[in-house]
Design a protein around this ligand. Structure first.
Ligand code: ADP
Ligand code: MG
Ligand code: MG
Length: 879
């Protein structure tokens, strides 16, 4: 926080290091000023001022306005211009700028200082009344929307009405007189909407504009963005007041956005867009579709050359890809913003690798910069290259990857249906920042309007959602909820496939193929492997899963859930026969049938993971999970009582009785895990035989199976002692039968109830390894059912901040993490060679991985597609 009484800094006083205070934008323009680049003059009101106002019922800290006036007067002296003056008027922009970039989420007001007097001065000075009146109508529009809350629609409709009356297509075809008329109309619209006249004193406007920018920190879309991006709510925004430069002064002027590298692919090329004769917002808002940057070379050669040099300079200065806003006023280049460019995961990897190769940064820096969660983007399917067909239409390839979904025409519906688990594609004429929740809920985004740097594109790239933007042939009728192109009309009932990598749009659901590991990906993850200490395994229940996991870098299987195999349709009847058996002989017959099936599964997994450990967990879920649902079975009996054949009814009744007997009030805390295996030892015996036979078969083929047998839900050392006895006796019997000397195998346990963690010392006497089952450990430590909590109180807890994060997604370090620490410590004290790992969702969560690394566990295990994420997160935990 600033020292009291210092809430405003001139741009010339700031620097990149003052980001916390000046916000990212303020620190960026200050740094560019320091570097001697052409940046319009101005000053920054600090984030501390915003926070002070927010925490004091929107009352500004004492002296803030006086400080702003002092800095404004100094700016007026430096520029030789005055706000609102009838001669040499000063116009300023009032720009939001948070510490962490939130592109387009907060408000900015341009052209402040234009009044009935100064508009004439501006017209005379520039010799271009059209330009002056355009600035005026833009100001009334932005000020009305942002400060006075006038609905954007009111202004848009008035503008469209005027263009229609004049028979014009583009805003910039309007004459000075048209625009003068529009200023009057806009003012009337504002009066109609607010009930009062807009203030005309520019100082009053400035005060209110600063206040509105403070307030925009709390706008709904800014809140949603912060929630999606884990940005704290109490940082506040800075406000930058800068002299206006004008990109809308005819064809020697322009405004644009550029990246020092391609943010979609990471390729080292000039990338960007610009519009001639336009002002700031026009490019990002997608009002006119902008031109690709290279075309600027011919039109504005001097400014272009200077921009190219500046891009090089800024990238080298920050040693990372930069995203730059610029404006050319009558041939002269000005820089308005610089920030680290948001990029796709593919681009992040390529840029990191290239910057290391170019000697700009070292590998550790490169690793630190990549967001592990973002890698997820690369692990999504793309359209099968073998498929061929004709696209419905094309747009810009704004964010890569394939998305398949039903058409949705508004953001609210996309958010709702997306959250309900439906695959939808959001279609909009153009998107505004208010659509962010809809983009989050959709598989992908399709727009008819806007360029590569439109809000839709930027937001979609940040979220890793495929996006095709500016598909100009599309006719979209949001009210009728139809999309038409050529002769084809699609409705809400139709599905489309977007290819964000090429910009093609297809009708229907196309076949997708799994993602491929690219060279950049492999290289950067190789660096991560050199740095990390934690091992990374995968949770895999089938051979193909295990093979996939291994391709993605898994160093073994940390959890193979044997019962998942029981659920297969050809096995479920046998499993049911096993459960429902009346006699030991009947049960054994069913188990004998299951054994070869399980053995075949294990053979596949051991083969895929040859040379690497595979932890197979013995049966875990309560038996009723394999039987029909109690309510459904009761209904079936009821129905058969009226119209069923007698034999059928008897069978249904018998099954119902069995379901009733096995059903429990709290199945999660019921007869499951080792409890089940101790009640029905023959199941564990069968599974052990299947495991050992599979390992022998695989070894017979010259491979190297590494077997770990894992006992779930142990709470008492005695449970594990007895179960281990059963497993060892069975395994030894199998080995003796074939006369094979010492197939090594380990027997260990899951630690997933608090008692097990606390008595880990005793348990370790019977365990070769511990695997912390943090899903169940979270349920049992907090005393909350994972299956019910999210829909009920836990959701509210998250919203109201009682808990900082979902404990099932990100480890509760203080509670559950402490149990893991205690368990590992006590276990290792009793048995120093004990191997320790984690399976469960947390094994793939970067924040949790940092905690596990700190505790000193040997490995984490996660779903195959999270393995790369875990590898990188484990490396970052060491940096
Ligand atoms: P955002 O954070 O949404 O990008 P900005 O504060 O960057 O908002 O402003 C929106 C647009 O207005 C940008 O295109 C920016 O370049 C332009 N702009 C801001 N200040 C000025 C200025 N002083 N002169 C000309 N254009 C400006
Ligand atoms: Mg900007
Ligand atoms: Mg469990």
């Amino acid at each position: 926080p600033a020292s009291a009484g210092r809430y405003v800094y001139d741009l010339a006083e700031g620097s990149a290091g003052m980001r916390e205070l000046l916000g990212g934008k303020g620190a960026g323009v200050a740094e560019m000023t320091r570097l001697g680049l052409p940046v319009p003059d101005g000053f920054t009101v600090t984030t501390a001022a915003c926070v002070a106002a927010m925490t004091n019922d929107h009352r500004w800290p004492g002296g803030l306005w006086d400080e702003i006036v002092t800095h404004l007067e100094a700016l007026e002296r430096r520029t030789g211009r005055r706000l609102g003056a009838a001669d040499r008027p000063l116009l300023v922009s009032v720009r939001s700028g948070a510490v962490r970039s939130m592109p387009g989420m907060m408000d900015t007001i341009l052209d402040l200082g234009i009044t009935d007097e100064s508009v004439e001065a501006l017209a005379a000075e520039s010799g271009d009344p059209r330009f002056a009146w355009d600035a005026y109508r833009r100001f009334v529009q932005m000020y009305g929307e942002v400060v006075e809350g006038v609905p954007a629609r009111a202004f848009e409709d008035a503008l469209t009405a005027l263009k229609d009356r004049r028979g014009l297509r583009w805003d910039n075809e309007l004459t000075a007189d048209d625009l003068r008329e529009l200023v009057t109309t806009f003012r009337e619209e504002a009066r109609r909407a607010t009930g009062h006249d807009l203030p005309t004193d520019p100082h009053e406007q400035l005060r209110r504009a600063v206040d509105a920018v403070f307030g925009s920190w709390d706008s709904p879309r800014a809140r949603v963005y912060r929630e999606l991006n884990d940005i704290p709510d109490d940082l506040g925004t800075a406000v930058n007041v800068m002299q206006m430069v004008f990109g809308n002064r005819g064809d020697t002027s322009a405004t644009g956005v550029c990246f020092t590298r391609n943010p979609a692919t990471g390729a080292r090329e000039r990338y960007g867009e610009f519009l001639l004769d336009a002002q700031g917002e026009d490019v990002v808002a997608g009002i006119r579709t902008p031109r690709p940057l290279p075309e600027m070379e011919k039109l504005l050669p001097a400014a272009y050359a200077q921009l190219m040099d500046t891009m090089d300079l800024l990238e080298h200065h920050y040693k990372d890809m930069q995203d730059i806003e610029f404006t050319v006023e009558d041939g002269t280049l000005y820089l308005l913003q610089v920030r680290t460019g948001k990029r796709t995961a593919a681009a992040a990897l390529k840029v990191a690798r290239d910057l290391v190769a170019e000697g700009e940064i070292d590998k550790e820096t490169a690793l630190r910069r990549i967001d592990p969660a973002q890698l997820d983007q690369l692990l999504h399917p793309t359209i099968d290259p073998a498929w061929s067909g004709t696209p419905l239409t094309h747009g810009l390839n704004a964010s890569p990857g394939a998305a398949v979904g039903t058409l949705v025409f508004d953001a609210d519906t996309a958010a709702q249906r997306g959250q309900a688990g439906e695959a939808v594609v959001l279609v909009r004429w153009e998107t505004t920042p208010d659509d962010i929740h809809g983009i989050a809920g959709a598989q992908g985004v399709l727009t008819a309007h806007g360029g590569m740097t439109s809000h839709a594109a930027v937001v979609a790239r940040g979220m890793g959602k495929p996006c095709v933007a500016g598909a100009g042939e599309l006719g979209i009728d949001a009210d009728a909820r139809t999309l038409s192109v050529g002769g084809t009309v699609l409705t809400e009932a139709d599905t489309v496939t977007l290819d964000g990598t090429t910009g093609s749009v297809y009708a229907g659901a196309l076949p997708l193929v799994p993602p491929q590991v690219t060279d950049d990906f492999a290289t950067v993850l190789g660096w991560a492997d050199d740095v990390r200490r934690l091992g990374v395994r995968a949770n895999a229940d089938t051979g193909p899963d295990a093979a996939r996991a291994r391709e993605l870098g898994a160093e073994g299987v940390g959890l193979c859930r044997t019962e998942h195999m029981f659920m297969a349709t050809d096995r479920l009847p046998v499993v049911r026969r096993m459960i429902l058996a009346d006699t030991a002989a009947e049960r054994q017959a069913a188990l004998d049938e299951l054994l070869p099936m399980q053995q075949a599964d294990f053979e596949e997994i051991f083969t895929a993971m040859t040379g690497l450990p595979v932890a197979v967990r013995l049966i875990d879920p309560p038996l009723h999970e394999f039987l029909p649902d109690l309510v459904e079975q009761s209904l079936l009996v009821q129905r058969l009582e009226t119209d069923g054949a007698p034999g059928e009814l008897d069978r249904a009744r018998a099954l119902l009785a069995r379901v009733l007997r096995l059903s429990e009030k709290n199945p999660m805390l019921g007869t499951r895990g080792v409890r089940l295996s101790l009640l029905y030892p023959e199941i564990g015996v069968m599974q052990t035989r299947a495991i050992v036979r599979a390992a022998l078969a695989v070894r017979g083929r010259g491979l190297d199976p590494r077997v770990e047998i894992m006992v779930p839900l142990v709470a008492f050392a005695e449970e594990l002692r007895r179960m281990r006895e059963i497993v060892v006796a069975t395994a030894d019997e199998e080995l003796a039968a074939v006369g094979v000397p010492g197939l090594p195998y380990a027997v260990g346990t899951m630690i997933e109830v608090p008692r097990a963690a606390l008595t880990a010392g005793e348990i370790a006497e019977h365990a070769d390894f511990f695997s912390f089952g943090t899903n169940d450990l979270t349920q049992t430590a907090i005393g909350v059912s994972r299956d019910d909590a999210e829909g009920s109180f836990l959701g509210r807890y998250l919203e109201t901040g009682i808990v900082p994060a979902d404990p099932f997604a990100s480890l509760d370090a203080d509670g559950v993490g402490e149990l893991v620490r205690i368990g590992a410590e006590r276990g290792l004290r009793a048995r120093p060679e004990l191997e320790t790992g984690v399976c469960g969702e947390h094994g793939g969560d970067p924040a949790s991985i940092t905690v596990f690394d700190g505790i000193g566990l040997d490995y984490v295990s996660c779903s195959p597609y999270r393995v790369p994420i875990a590898r990188l997160a484990a490396a970052q935990a060491r940096l």
